[in-house]
Design a protein around this ligand. Sequence first.
Ligand code: ZN
Length: 559
Amino acid sequence: MTIIKYPASNDLRELVRFSEKDGTIWLAENRMILMHTSALGTLRKELIGSVGKEHARRLLTRMGYASGVRDAELAKRIRGQQSMTDAFFTGPQLHMLEGIVRVTPIDMELDFATGKFNGEFRWENAWEQDVHTREFGLSDEPVCWSQIGYASGYTSAFMGRFILFKEVECVGCGHNNCRIVGKPLEEWEDAEEHAHYFESDSMLNHLLELRNQVDYLRTTISQQTQTSQMVGSSKGFKHAFDLVQRASGTQVSVLLLGETGVGKERFARTLHQLSQRKQGPFVAINCAALPNDLIESELFGVEKGAFTGAQTSRMGKFERAHGGTLFLDEVGELPLAAQAKLLRVLQEGEIERLGDDRVRKVNVRLVAATNVDLQAAVREGKFRSDLFYRLNVYPIQIPPLRERVADIPLLVEAMLERFGTLHEKKVQGVSDKAMQAITRYHWPGNVRELENMIERGIILAPTAGWIEIEHLFTHIGEMANWDGLITATGCLESKPEPCRTAALVDAILTNGVSLESLEKGLLEESVKRSDGNLSGAARLLGITRPQLQYRLKRNSADE
Ligand SMILES: [Zn+2]
């Protein structure tokens, strides 16, 4: 082993320029910054917290890699005429000058002509292990990720082939120094395992894949419980359920209509369960939950290379639902371009993935749902009329909970059973007073709101005790929906107050206020009182946020 010495670093130090007047610092032609390592430590911690250790490591490795590549360009320019070793040492010397780490060469063999590279270096005072151990303590694996990225990026760009560096010892794991070894990728036995930290981040794909798995699991787990929750004996409910049963024997596309929270997905699952497709998949997608530029790839799939970031081919929901049922919730939110494609799929029974010209046959029953007035959307040009007619062949209106008050006790009973099992807690039931409050409440959030409330009640009520009003309605805001039946202290009043409404109606009629201007005034005032917060305004009015939005939109369209 030869003793390896750095050349003098004056040439490099002269490249650093502080241009205070411009607010800039330069390393040759590269703009640099002085940053607090503690700030970088915060960034690192937040990265790990939000995307997890593996992805954070990948991002930081790639960041270091990019910086190493820049310095390799500089090395060739500054020391291109010097010996190969001296030229290469630009990297380790810059790494020190930049304040990243002290680098001491232990062993190095390098041959440009054959592409041979073998290097071992000792690292001391690494900033990265410093901030990492401060936040996380000792680690099982090396932690100098961006520095390894730098060493690999620098050497790869310098040598013109991928040289992978690995930390074989790291202070972050309890060693005295960090020690790194670098050689061509293919000479590492575990190349694959390390190389993927250098690949561009495919986190979005991972997330989408995970979400698909979650959807699938949820489908399998909840099918049983969901259909058993189809409880009700009210006229409106029975009518809707009857329509579902009749549709189940056919292949007709179904359009479920109703306010938010009425249980449209539950109806869709029931339809699936009752149909001959029940062995096939049930796939649900909420069109409002996806950004516009993702919706088409989610629905129809994407072929590798279709656009930047499409690194792998992926099935869309239509393909996943093949042989089963696809539930498209909030279909009114589909962008027009996606509407055109959806229409074509419904007409032809075949799909084309994005970036693919192959046509694939799909056998899917579509159940669409919406809580907006699609006909109005058609009039406003936001929804294609041909698609509307295609979807509206078999509409089923699911009544809001306040119109099926008779079902509430049955629903509550079923929910008590379910949440009691889930939370391993038995209660006597809902007290009479609380039940009275429940049946008189407006239920702007419908069955879903009732569900949330009963679950809360189960959690808050004493074991083996009764669920009381205060276990159900915890926010004062909810009292605003109360129809004047409950006082701020949570006590039910013995009588409703019809006189208040009567006096109002009288005043409105006497003063000749039109219904439109009354609604407009009410809407504007409630938005104003909630400081523009639409959810708050909706609560004041006892309606849902989408309902409020719809009314606001309609009013402004009328003007
Ligand atoms: Zn280290």
